[in-house]
Design a protein around this ligand. Structure first.
Ligand code: ADP
Length: 182
């Protein structure tokens, strides 16, 4: 049995997709054990997307550079740098700005292999690459180059914990013990 943190980001809330997305998880037999609507503070957002986690920041920078390479576009023209850490920090700043811009529906889902099940149902980070049948594939169609040109994060509706360690950290960050129902 596992628990995982899911955030329906401000794009999911403003597009009225909260019910639809929760319904998919419930139908897949994942139990909702906690839920609340919050507009995150900058402090909470920075803890959720930590700028000091070098691996996470550089990972995002490197993934972005790969996309620019795939599309044959010069990243320097859009982003003013080719350094993965600097690019990652820029994206982190956009993510913090976006996630604090409106309400987020935060929840904890529980079930066998909940972490990987939810990631599978969520789909690829880049909506344009996400398979049909996944939440991102069915309801979003954004690309990193468009997002980076507009200096905003990729709009992909959902955040879901990546592994056990992340799930434990994120559940404790967003929920108190007594908000988690047995
Ligand atoms: P995931 O949400 O699939 O776990 P990451 O942890 O790599 O993906 O990134 C966190 C979030 O940051 C993504 O969901 C997306 O909203 C945003 N993001 C990631 N890479 C980029 C990028 N190159 N440009 C803009 N936003 C990005």
């Amino acid at each position: 049995m596992e628990r995982t943190l899911v955030l329906l980001k401000p794009d999911a809330v403003s597009r009225g997709l909260v019910g639809e997305i929760i319904s998919r998880f419930e139908k897949a037999d994942l139990k909702l054990v906690a839920a609340k609507m919050v507009t995150p503070t900058k402090d909470l957002a920075n803890k959720h997307y930590p700028p000091e986690r070098r691996e996470f920041i550089e990972g995002m920078g490197n993934k972005t550079l790969e996309t620019y390479k795939e599309e044959g576009i010069d990243p320097h023209a859009d982003l003013g740098t080719k350094d993965p850490h600097e690019i990652g920090l820029k994206i982190q700043g956009w993510m913090v700005g976006f996630i604090t811009s409106g309400p987020v529906m935060a929840m904890v889902l529980q079930g066998p292999n909940a972490i990987s099940e939810v990631r599978k149902m969520t789909g690829h980070t880049v909506p344009a690459k996400a398979e049909a049948g996944t939440i991102r594939g069915d309801y979003s169609n954004d690309t990193p180059t468009l997002a980076n040109k507009e200096k905003r994060p990729i709009l992909n509706l959902v955040h879901a914990s990546g592994d056990k360690e992340e799930a434990e950290f994120e559940i404790n960050l967003w929920f108190t013990k007594d908000e988690l129902h047995p």
